[in-house]
Design a protein around this ligand. Sequence first.
Ligand code: UDP
Length: 472
Amino acid sequence: MMEQRKGRRLILFPLPLQGHINPMLDLANILHYKGFSITLIHTNFNSPNPSNYPHFTFHSLQDGISATEASTNDVVSLLSLLNIKCAEPFKDCVRSLVSDDVSQEPVSCLISDAIFHFTQAVAESLKLPRIVLRTGGASSFVVFAAFPLLREKGYLPIQETRLEDPVVELPPLKVKDLPVINTLNPDTFHQLVENVVSATKASSGLIWNTFEDLEQSSLASLSQQFSIPMFPIGPFHKHNLAIPSRSSSLLAEDQTSIPWLNTKPPKSVVYVSFGSIAAISEREFLEIAWGLAKSEQPFLWVVRPGLVHGAEWLEPLPSGFLESLSGRGHIVKWAPQQEVLAHEAVGAFWSHNGWNSTLESVCEGVPMICSPCFSDQKVNARFVSQVWKVGLQLESGKLERGEIEKIIRKLMTREKDGDEIRVRVSELQDKADNCLKQGGTSYESLESLVSHIFSLETFNFSHSQESVKTVV
Ligand code: UDP
């Protein structure tokens, strides 16, 4: 049952990218369930669909981002532009919401994506507490927070000759695992990371879509470095909210995926997806196609339009490719991923290791093949393969059909490696389930978050505690 309404409103501000919108909307549902009213401020660009969330109030920002700017392949430029262009309209919007709160419910705080670092200054100027949601994992954030040290020690910028060197300060990472990104402006990237880290340190708290048993030591290390309370309350999408959650996909989910999986034996299918942003070359695309074909395992492959540089969709595939596989392969533009991973036919997830994908795979007990492309994906992949040992990493030089065939067979067949990985991932899956139960770490952390939000009011508002309204 939904909890008592608290007569308090939270303002949430997601970063307009798929991997950030999903967890922010999940968090909004969790906090709504806990009794808060939710206002979501969003950019025009990649706007979520308000009709999927009739219980929230939406405010759209005139972000001034042009279609060309929004479709840039340079994520770093887009993120810095968003931090600049959203500043004024966001401040105006929040100011009017906060001044409205005399007639409506008082606004307790702002919850913003960590990457929107400019919101810290806005919150301070409006005397509104700001809590940060970091949608990535804690382990990669440890590395981002260490960027100044990594530069000082000469690990960054990365030198090609040092890729295999261990980063002794951050085991088990090697230089090649550092979360860098291809951009025309490497300095802008470093500045962005620095701004995100310092605006997070200045905030009133940090929410994580992770759980203690998964990232205990990284969370402990961050708690030492950041003197703000931390709330690891994940996995968000597995909270039992007694309401069916609606998809926050920006692309239409293909409806043939599940019926196709229904025709396949248990744990036989390799699900392949590289998320919403990563792109690959035509050569890599063809190696993947032939590797999947040669593995002789059934596969469900998400080829997002735009995944392959220079191609609209599947044109680079040789004609008759899928037909020659007699129903063993199915390619879609976008899948209902959480449902796919929960399907009993799925036996492995070949992933780029975006944090959401990584966590979703762990939650369903699905072992991974890791092909990280950029940024935190590289750290996540190394943790999957070497810390949690729930997957195998295809090293970047090995995106070649023979290697792909080998790694799929190693994971999917009843070889020792594959069996051990399956046991470990199902143990982690149990831990993910347990942390959300009463007394579990994420359950308790969510309770602390709710109290923390109330405690922020003591120095924020002169409002006396209004009587708590009851749900009708
Ligand atoms: N996703 C999906 N369908 C797909 C591929 C991805 O619904 O075909 C979802 C996936 O479940 C995850 C998000 O998109 O929640 C991708 O986030 P992630 O952090 O894994 O990667 P990003 O897209 O940010 O690189």
